[in-house]
Design a protein around this ligand. Sequence first.
Ligand code: SAM
Length: 279
Amino acid sequence: MLSYLHAFHAGNFADVQKHAALVLTLVMMQAKKSPIACFDSHAGSALYDLTSERARKTAEADAGVQRLWPLRPALASADWQPLLEVLRRHTGKDDQLQSYPGSPAWFAEFARPGDTITAFELHPTEGRSLEAWASSAGVRVVQQDGLTGLLKRLPPAQPRLLTLIDPSYEIKDDYGQVADTLIRAWQKCRHGVYLIWYPILTSGLQQPLIDALEKGPVRKILRSEVMLEQPPERGMVGSGMLVVNPPWGFEPRFAAMMNDLRGIDRLGITASQTWLVPE
Ligand code: SAM
């Protein structure tokens, strides 16, 4: 029984880190002409109303993208621009963000003819709203488990691969399954670029995922972490991204983007980046 709904969390600080990594990766991969097979293993419903009851109940976007938006002139890296241009189209008359794109919408914004997007979503209601949105966005929706669905489709027909793995981690076992799936996916497509999001929890539940990958066969795993300066006593205190096979030059550019966030006083986050597994 799936109970997680991303509408309660869309646009929070973790989404900002995750979607910044996704957009930079896409833009950098598209510097080469060859088509890319894009997979979104846990897609959500694509478009989130930031004024909805669900969004207002947690107000997570207020400490994330809503706080960042008016502070955007302080973002020094030019790599924020593609993301900001998309967000601008989500503002109302008062320059406030009204809605926020989920990962399938970010993929769709940047896809070129020839690139394909396959989005998996298991939650029946989320899957239905994703399906309704996807038909006009050129996104193929599959309402089944994203980890097994991804493995079935690798290696792709296209010469290049970009995969986002962004589960809700509702089940403890998810951490181990993500590690296992990434290893099996990499064995099928070693040159693929894989982005894996994980929460940083006071319980440390995420550690088996990190340990398994640190000891496993996959090479070239960049690890970015964003931490709340005033964390809650329990629960999620930070947001992590693993980037397997980042495009050449990604490392300093993404570090500069995350350092921009660290430099904005009112955002209240710190950022770090290291190689979990080098080449
Ligand atoms: N990737 C989205 C984004 O960045 O906008 C957010 C996704 S949210 C964190 C995780 C989603 O995965 C939820 O919508 C949930 O219903 C879905 N989900 C949970 N288990 C799944 C599974 N086994 N396969 C596919 N989707 C699943």
